[in-house]
Design a protein around this ligand. Structure first.
Ligand SMILES: C[S@@+](CC[C@H](N)C(=O)[O-])C[C@H]1O[C@@H](n2cnc3c(N)ncnc32)[C@H](O)[C@@H]1O
Length: 173
Protein backbone atom coordinates (compact mmCIF):
# COMPACT_ATOMS: atom_id res chain seq x y z
CA UNK A 1 0.00 0.00 0.00
CA UNK A 2 2.83 2.40 0.89
CA UNK A 3 4.34 1.92 -2.59
CA UNK A 4 1.02 2.66 -4.25
CA UNK A 5 0.80 5.89 -2.21
CA UNK A 6 4.41 6.88 -3.07
CA UNK A 7 3.84 6.08 -6.74
CA UNK A 8 0.58 8.06 -6.69
CA UNK A 9 2.26 11.09 -5.12
CA UNK A 10 5.05 11.01 -7.74
CA UNK A 11 2.54 10.74 -10.58
CA UNK A 12 0.61 13.71 -9.18
CA UNK A 13 3.78 15.82 -8.63
CA UNK A 14 5.26 15.14 -12.05
CA UNK A 15 1.92 15.07 -13.88
CA UNK A 16 0.11 18.11 -12.50
CA UNK A 17 2.79 20.54 -13.75
CA UNK A 18 1.44 20.35 -17.30
CA UNK A 19 -1.33 22.65 -16.05
CA UNK A 20 1.32 25.29 -15.24
CA UNK A 21 3.91 24.75 -17.99
CA UNK A 22 6.23 22.16 -19.51
CA UNK A 23 6.50 18.68 -17.95
CA UNK A 24 9.89 17.51 -16.68
CA UNK A 25 12.19 16.83 -19.65
CA UNK A 26 15.77 18.00 -19.10
CA UNK A 27 17.78 20.03 -21.63
CA UNK A 28 20.78 18.34 -23.27
CA UNK A 29 23.93 19.64 -21.60
CA UNK A 30 25.65 19.80 -25.01
CA UNK A 31 22.97 22.22 -26.24
CA UNK A 32 23.17 24.32 -23.08
CA UNK A 33 26.97 24.63 -23.44
CA UNK A 34 26.63 25.67 -27.06
CA UNK A 35 24.12 28.35 -26.08
CA UNK A 36 26.26 29.68 -23.24
CA UNK A 37 29.34 29.78 -25.50
CA UNK A 38 27.37 31.83 -28.01
CA UNK A 39 26.05 34.19 -25.30
CA UNK A 40 29.50 34.41 -23.69
CA UNK A 41 27.70 33.89 -20.39
CA UNK A 42 29.88 35.07 -17.51
CA UNK A 43 30.17 36.60 -14.06
CA UNK A 44 28.20 39.74 -14.96
CA UNK A 45 25.12 37.70 -15.97
CA UNK A 46 22.12 36.62 -13.95
CA UNK A 47 20.30 33.78 -15.67
CA UNK A 48 16.77 32.79 -14.65
CA UNK A 49 15.60 29.30 -15.56
CA UNK A 50 11.78 29.34 -15.73
CA UNK A 51 11.03 25.76 -14.65
CA UNK A 52 14.51 24.63 -13.66
CA UNK A 53 13.93 20.87 -13.20
CA UNK A 54 17.00 19.17 -11.69
CA UNK A 55 18.99 22.42 -12.05
CA UNK A 56 21.39 21.32 -14.78
CA UNK A 57 21.04 24.59 -16.71
CA UNK A 58 21.75 26.52 -13.50
CA UNK A 59 24.89 24.50 -12.86
CA UNK A 60 26.19 25.02 -16.39
CA UNK A 61 25.72 28.76 -15.77
CA UNK A 62 27.42 28.39 -12.36
CA UNK A 63 30.45 26.75 -14.00
CA UNK A 64 30.87 29.97 -15.97
CA UNK A 65 30.68 32.04 -12.77
CA UNK A 66 27.29 33.46 -13.70
CA UNK A 67 24.60 33.94 -11.09
CA UNK A 68 21.66 31.63 -11.77
CA UNK A 69 18.22 31.36 -10.16
CA UNK A 70 15.81 28.57 -10.96
CA UNK A 71 12.07 28.67 -10.29
CA UNK A 72 10.57 25.21 -10.01
CA UNK A 73 7.05 24.14 -9.10
CA UNK A 74 7.79 20.48 -8.32
CA UNK A 75 9.09 20.28 -4.72
CA UNK A 76 10.98 17.02 -5.35
CA UNK A 77 12.93 18.63 -8.19
CA UNK A 78 13.59 21.69 -6.00
CA UNK A 79 15.25 19.43 -3.41
CA UNK A 80 17.24 17.53 -6.07
CA UNK A 81 18.35 20.79 -7.68
CA UNK A 82 19.44 22.31 -4.36
CA UNK A 83 21.39 19.19 -3.35
CA UNK A 84 23.06 18.84 -6.75
CA UNK A 85 23.97 22.55 -6.90
CA UNK A 86 25.34 23.02 -3.38
CA UNK A 87 28.90 23.46 -4.71
CA UNK A 88 27.86 26.48 -6.75
CA UNK A 89 27.57 29.52 -4.46
CA UNK A 90 25.97 31.68 -7.16
CA UNK A 91 23.23 29.15 -7.98
CA UNK A 92 19.89 28.95 -6.18
CA UNK A 93 16.55 27.21 -6.68
CA UNK A 94 13.24 28.65 -5.51
CA UNK A 95 10.05 26.66 -5.00
CA UNK A 96 7.73 28.92 -7.00
CA UNK A 97 5.42 29.25 -9.97
CA UNK A 98 7.36 31.17 -12.62
CA UNK A 99 4.23 32.93 -13.88
CA UNK A 100 3.75 34.56 -10.45
CA UNK A 101 7.28 35.74 -9.62
CA UNK A 102 8.97 39.06 -10.39
CA UNK A 103 12.33 38.66 -12.06
CA UNK A 104 15.30 39.75 -9.94
CA UNK A 105 16.44 43.28 -10.73
CA UNK A 106 19.75 42.25 -12.31
CA UNK A 107 18.37 39.47 -14.55
CA UNK A 108 20.10 39.49 -17.95
CA UNK A 109 18.66 36.36 -19.55
CA UNK A 110 15.64 34.11 -19.08
CA UNK A 111 15.92 30.46 -20.14
CA UNK A 112 12.80 28.41 -20.76
CA UNK A 113 11.90 25.01 -22.14
CA UNK A 114 9.02 26.57 -24.02
CA UNK A 115 5.67 25.03 -24.93
CA UNK A 116 3.35 26.03 -27.72
CA UNK A 117 0.39 26.54 -25.42
CA UNK A 118 2.21 29.11 -23.22
CA UNK A 119 3.59 31.29 -26.05
CA UNK A 120 1.29 34.27 -25.48
CA UNK A 121 1.58 34.04 -21.72
CA UNK A 122 5.37 34.03 -22.04
CA UNK A 123 5.44 37.02 -24.39
CA UNK A 124 3.24 39.07 -22.03
CA UNK A 125 5.23 38.01 -18.98
CA UNK A 126 8.55 38.94 -20.63
CA UNK A 127 7.19 42.28 -21.87
CA UNK A 128 5.72 43.13 -18.45
CA UNK A 129 8.98 42.33 -16.68
CA UNK A 130 11.06 44.18 -19.27
CA UNK A 131 8.85 47.25 -18.79
CA UNK A 132 9.11 46.95 -15.02
CA UNK A 133 12.91 46.64 -15.09
CA UNK A 134 13.20 49.37 -17.71
CA UNK A 135 15.96 47.73 -19.76
CA UNK A 136 16.30 45.00 -22.41
CA UNK A 137 16.06 41.34 -21.41
CA UNK A 138 17.15 38.32 -23.41
CA UNK A 139 15.07 35.18 -23.71
CA UNK A 140 16.32 31.76 -24.83
CA UNK A 141 13.54 29.35 -25.83
CA UNK A 142 14.51 25.68 -25.97
CA UNK A 143 12.05 23.90 -28.22
CA UNK A 144 9.03 25.89 -29.30
CA UNK A 145 9.73 29.37 -30.68
CA UNK A 146 7.36 32.27 -30.00
CA UNK A 147 5.35 32.04 -33.21
CA UNK A 148 5.14 35.30 -35.11
CA UNK A 149 7.56 37.24 -32.90
CA UNK A 150 10.81 38.06 -34.72
CA UNK A 151 13.81 36.29 -33.16
CA UNK A 152 17.38 37.63 -32.96
CA UNK A 153 18.69 34.24 -33.96
CA UNK A 154 17.97 30.52 -34.26
CA UNK A 155 20.79 28.55 -32.65
CA UNK A 156 20.32 24.78 -32.94
CA UNK A 157 17.46 23.84 -30.60
CA UNK A 158 17.18 27.46 -29.38
CA UNK A 159 15.45 30.56 -30.58
CA UNK A 160 16.81 33.76 -29.07
CA UNK A 161 14.88 36.97 -28.48
CA UNK A 162 15.47 40.40 -26.97
CA UNK A 163 12.61 42.27 -25.29
CA UNK A 164 12.84 46.05 -25.10
CA UNK A 165 10.90 48.26 -22.68
CA UNK A 166 7.74 49.64 -24.31
CA UNK A 167 5.88 51.08 -21.32
CA UNK A 168 8.44 51.54 -18.51
CA UNK A 169 6.87 51.35 -15.03
CA UNK A 170 9.42 53.26 -12.93
CA UNK A 171 7.64 53.09 -9.57
CA UNK A 172 7.66 49.28 -9.38
CA UNK A 173 11.37 48.61 -10.01
C1 LIG B 1 10.97 20.70 -19.63
S1 LIG B 1 11.51 20.79 -17.93
C2 LIG B 1 12.99 21.74 -18.12
C3 LIG B 1 13.92 21.64 -16.94
C4 LIG B 1 15.20 22.51 -17.07
N1 LIG B 1 14.89 23.89 -17.38
C5 LIG B 1 16.09 21.97 -18.17
O1 LIG B 1 16.07 22.58 -19.24
O2 LIG B 1 16.74 20.93 -17.97
C6 LIG B 1 10.32 21.99 -17.32
C7 LIG B 1 10.29 22.13 -15.79
O3 LIG B 1 9.45 23.24 -15.48
C8 LIG B 1 8.69 22.95 -14.33
N2 LIG B 1 7.52 23.82 -14.41
C9 LIG B 1 6.45 23.70 -15.23
N3 LIG B 1 5.64 24.75 -15.07
C10 LIG B 1 6.20 25.56 -14.14
C11 LIG B 1 5.83 26.81 -13.55
N4 LIG B 1 4.71 27.44 -13.91
N5 LIG B 1 6.67 27.37 -12.64
C12 LIG B 1 7.81 26.74 -12.26
N6 LIG B 1 8.20 25.55 -12.78
C13 LIG B 1 7.41 24.97 -13.70
C14 LIG B 1 8.42 21.45 -14.43
O4 LIG B 1 8.18 20.88 -13.16
C15 LIG B 1 9.72 20.94 -15.06
O5 LIG B 1 10.64 20.54 -14.08
Amino acid sequence: VIWIIIFGVLIVLFGFVVVFGAPYVPSHRRDVRKLFDYLKLGAEDLLVDAGSGDGRVLREAGKRSARAIGYEINPILVIISRLASHKYPRVSTEFANFWHIQLPKSTTIVYIFSTRKDRRKLISKMQRETDRLGRPLKLACYGNPLGERKPDKALGAYTLYTFHPLHPVKAQV
